[in-house]
Design a protein around this ligand. Structure first.
Ligand code: NAP
Length: 243
């Protein structure tokens, strides 16, 4: 199986590469930091059928699309690259930061799919995995921009699923809670239900292998969020402001 993993230079993406490394799999690892990707390639090269690297800033849509045109035949895409603005307190995020985050978390995925989807449609058996977040289901005021980008991603993934499932394209949306990575290392608060990177990715890989269309975890965290969403908004607002 040929697997494209975006954001493969650290955190969840690098761990996906480790867990999918096998003699049956060919990995295409994409990120900006070449030295990180090369280190991962050296680590995994003897375990994999083949590894290739794509070093590109995914907000450079033109270059990204050129790289995608050069890519033939992918069996699975793990669209994982993403950023957060950290958990800002009262600061209003700048429009530039807002736009950049959307470029990475939302638009770059479409830049990739605009090129790859026509090729995938002729193949009729591809998995597209979107790495969203539990925060897309409940917007913490300290992470409004991030949460809204992931909610947009959910909507986008849903549309792609409805549109192309008849063409053999499986769209999976994964909503993790907190998992240890460079992204969460920046958080200065106690993260509830924090998972180690390998454990978090093991759970996601299991969901992908079982073709779960929607996988939100850890379950207890997800259920708390579902419960909060059932409460009257005035009560939720009071709870959020209090805690
Ligand atoms: N960790 C969590 O608790 C958690 C929870 C929910 C969802 N997520 C989601 O999981 C995904 C992976 O996050 P992570 O926790 O593994 O964070 P991470 O360790 O910071 O990894 C982010 C990855 O995205 C890549 N990336 C960022 N900006 C890029 C750009 N402009 N061009 C190309 N690549 C770019 C980074 O590579 P370079 O810097 O080398 O380019 C890196 O490989 C994200 O979508 C995140 O929102 C994470």
């Amino acid at each position: 199986m040929k697997i494209l993993i975006t954001g493969a230079s650290s955190g969840l993406g690098a761990e996906f590469a480790r867990q999918y490394a096998s003699k049956e799999n060919e990995l295409v690892l994409l990120a900006r930091r070449r030295e990180r990707l090369e280190a991962l390639e050296s680590e995994l090269i003897f375990k994999c059928k083949k590894i290739s690297l794509i070093c590109v800033d995914i907000t450079d849509f033109e270059l990204l699309q050129e790289k995608m045109k050069a890519l033939d035949d992918v069996d699975m895409l793990i669209l994982n690259a993403g950023i957060s603005l950290g958990h800002t307190s009262n600061a209003v995020p700048s429009i530039a930061a807002f736009k950049y985050l959307y470029d990475v978390n939302v638009l770059a995925n479409h830049a990739i799919l605009e090129i790859l989807l026509p090729k995938l449609l002729t193949k009729r058996s591809t998995k597209i995995v979107f790495i969203s977040s539990l925060s897309s289901l409940f917007t913490m005021p300290s992470a409004t921009v991030y949460a809204s980008s992931k909610r947009a991603l959910n909507a986008y993934a849903e549309g792609i699923r409805y549109k192309y499932s008849k063409d053999g394209i499986k769209v999976l949306t994964i909503l993790p809670g907190f998992i240890k990575s460079e992204l969460t290392d920046k958080n200065e608060f106690t993260m509830p239900f924090l998972l180690e990177t390998d454990e978090g990715v093991r759970r996601m890989k299991r969901a992908i292998d079982n073709e779960k269309e929607f996988y939100a975890f850890p379950l207890r965290f997800y259920l708390i969020i579902r419960f909060l969403n059932l409460l009257p908004s005035k009560i939720v607002q009071w709870l959020v402001q209090k805690y």
